[in-house]
Design a protein around this ligand. Structure first.
Ligand SMILES: [Zn+2]
Length: 414
């Protein structure tokens, strides 16, 4: 972690500033703290492999004891949560190699981790809507001059979208340590990961950020009232609090969680009137291209009927407007053919056929068929030129990028 992160970190319990305890074991190089102990007035917390761990769950206590005893490798094992020696060695071997991909490390973390569909994340309907909302709202309020936080951001798939919008670098916060560890290495390189509990007070100073969000996780937060109060506390005006893809208590959805009704979500925001959008309307905007219309006011019938909702709370005058959609993915990374396609080589052309990994995926994410064609062709030379850095001007290739047939994936993703 960058030592300057200490300026914005606060103890989640006493609210006090945290300092590196220099009398205890630590490793730091120039402005980076690699391992060590952070102390406030009430508590001490470990920094494990450059990630501050600001909660007191059993793994964090164990990791702190390992750091205090100058055993940083054991502290990392404790936070990654691998039970057996064999599992730990497999993870460490994969982690050590610069050539390892995201997929290889996920495989090394075992079958209980990530649960499958990460390969297709960058084209699933939930992602494409959230990505468009993040670009529109964070782009408006941050202007590249303020900082963003992605609470419960998991492996950082949307933190990645914040990386060219947030300055200083976006903070990726999640309770699950291996996910933010992966996010920093692959998905959102350069982000500042912080391990903390979304069900507790957030470990940051008031007004630290211009933009705070939580995507596809809010329905799993129990302390929803505190969570929204905390996100609002973290943002300085004129900023934005965004909750992407939260489920709706009035309808059923897979991985339902403990959602509220649209009216229940609205009541959580006590100091600002949020706008709530039915995801279907935003999805239709993204599919048709052109603009994401955040000036819309969805009817209560539309909100009550939609399994997924997007909530935007802001006093910035530019937020509730029509935002032109990108025609090209501006994130860093490499252009690849979407892994949902089977590719067949025919002379100068590549023939693509959409094939879902299984019926469950098609059930949950089948709406992607509205932008992913069943079959298409790509000119092999044009794709090679794109992959070597040529700009994709208006034309068939740009349309394939817009429709996510060609996706820009993090380097070494799979
Ligand atoms: Zn404290």
């Amino acid at each position: 972690m960058n030592i300057e992160l200490l300026d914005i970190l606060r103890c989640p319990f006493c609210g006090g500033r945290l300092e590196l305890v220099s009398s205890m074991y630590h490793r730091s190089i120039s402005d980076q703290i690699h391992d060590g102990i952070l102390g406030c007035q009430c508590c001490i917390f470990p920094v494990v492999d450059g990630i501050p761990v600001l909660h007191l769950q059993p793994a964090a206590i164990l990791a702190r004891e390992h750091i205090e005893a100058a055993r940083p490798a054991m502290a990392l094992r404790a936070m990654v949560g691998l039970e057996s020696h064999e599992e730990a060695e497999r993870f460490e071997a994969a982690a050590r190699s610069d050539a390892s991909t995201y997929r290889e490390i996920v495989d090394a973390l075992g079958p209980n981790f990530e649960g499958g569909y990460f390969l297709y994340r960058f084209s699933d309907p939930t992602y494409v809507v959230a990505n468009a909302v993040v670009r529109a709202v964070a782009g408006t309020v941050l202007q590249g001059k303020r900082r963003a936080v992605d609470m419960c951001g998991g492996s950082g798939h949307l933190t990645r979208t914040l990386m060219d919008l947030s300055s200083p670098a976006a903070v990726l916060a999640d309770l699950f340590f291996p996910k933010i560890w992966l996010g920093r290495r692959f998905t959102a390189p350069g982000c500042e990961p912080v391990c903390c509990d979304g069900n507790g007070p957030m470990p940051f100073a008031r007004g630290t950020f211009g933009y705070a969000m939580c995507s596809d996780a809010f329905q799993y937060i129990w302390t929803k009232r505190q969570f929204v109060g905390e996100l609002s506390r973290l943002v300085a005006e004129p900023g934005a609090v965004v909750i992407n893809h939260t489920h709706n208590q009035l309808t059923w959805s897979p991985s339902h969680g403990q959602p509220l009704s649209p009216a229940g979500y609205r009541d959580l925001f006590e100091t600002i009137q949020p706008r709530i959008y039915a995801e279907a309307g935003l999805f239709a905007d993204v599919v048709s291209g052109g603009a994401l219309d955040l000036s819309r006011t969805d009817s209560s019938q539309a909100l009550d009927a939609d399994p997924a909702l997007t909530i935007v709370a802001s006093r910035h005058p530019g937020v509730y407007a029509r935002h032109p959609l990108d025609t090209i993915d501006r994130s860093a990374g490499e252009f690849r053919i979407n892994p949902l396609y089977v590719v067949e080589s025919r002379g100068s052309q590549l023939r693509l056929r959409l094939q879902f990994p299984d019926a469950d995926y098609e059930d949950e994410y089948g709406a992607c068929k509205q932008y992913l064609p069943g079959e298409t062709v790509i000119d092999r030379a044009a794709l090679s030129a794109l992959q070597s850095g040529a700009a994709a001007g208006p034309g068939p290739l740009q349309e394939l990028i817009r429709r996510r047939v060609i996706v820009r994936l993090p380097d070494k993703y799979y």
